[in-house]
Write a protein that binds this ligand. Sequence first.
Ligand SMILES: NC(=O)c1ccc[n+]([C@@H]2O[C@H](COP(=O)([O-])OP(=O)(O)OC[C@H]3O[C@@H](n4cnc5c(N)ncnc54)[C@H](OP(=O)(O)O)[C@@H]3O)[C@@H](O)[C@H]2O)c1
Length: 283
Amino acid sequence: MLFSKKIAFIGSGNMGEALLGGLLKAKLTNPENIIATDIYDERLEHIKKKWGVQTSKNNMETAKVSDILVLCVKPQTIKGVLEELKQVIRDDQLVISILAGITTQTINHALASQNPVIRVMPNIPAVVDEAASGICLGEFANDTDKEIAKKIFNAVGEVEVVLESQMDVITGLSGSGPAYIYMIIEALTDGGVMMGLPRHTATRLATQTVLGSAKLVRETGIHPAVLKDQVTTPGGTAISAIKELESSGLRPMLIRAVETATNKSRQLSELLEKKNNAGGKQK
Ligand SMILES: NC(=O)c1ccc[n+]([C@@H]2O[C@H](COP(=O)([O-])OP(=O)(O)OC[C@H]3O[C@@H](n4cnc5c(N)ncnc54)[C@H](OP(=O)(O)O)[C@@H]3O)[C@@H](O)[C@H]2O)c1
């Protein structure tokens, strides 16, 4: 399905490179089918050398010869990019956007088109093919478009299809989530250091504990509470630590973190919407 399509990555920063690299590593397409654009020569040279794809500094010429446009620039620069794309976009092109806070409606409005638009919120573990991505469909996108987007983002991790009205929650949970987990790894490491471990040993053990625990939940499908019960022996060490975590409010703290980040994402999206001059209701 993807093999015959020309895919343009507009913006080849961290995420653009992670995505095109993921597609190539998963052998979902060939380098000849990918064009990466950016404003920096050094960035394009790096991308070309590492992945063997075509590169360009010209978004309009790139869009003209592409079937799928994956928008990977920063939200602040999208207005200019969409103004360029508006001049050359064809009805049959699928637009996929990973820009935080930019709605599918804003994109259709800015392009003055009814192109299918899919919005995605991936996260930074995409660079190691372990992203958690939420995707939603714009008004004119259909199931085929959805399957194409799922294929692209499955190449770099897990995908959940959600409503566009839930995209701010995705930002608050998994988009910003890596920051919370890095803090947890750092804090566990400090605990190990405080109790006498060398820092590099504590870091490796804390990291592997987070990774292994997550993998066990994902691969067995067992509820985390059941897994927790399995590692707490009566009167033992884990239950003593759990008492401490509960009395320090670990659960409500993490719930509030997701709530706060979601609300912040909503505020920022509204500001961006105003700036991009497009109001209206989300799907
Ligand atoms: N990183 C994450 O964890 C994450 C997670 C979810 C979603 N996202 C979304 O992913 C998008 C990209 O993030 P990123 O971390 O990959 O950013 P990034 O590393 O800054 O990559 C964006 C690249 O596009 C370039 N660019 C700017 N204007 C351009 C134009 N007109 N045409 C072509 N290229 C242009 C940028 O140059 P300049 O640096 O000069 O702008 C930069 O090299 C953002 O919209 C963000 O909301 C990121």
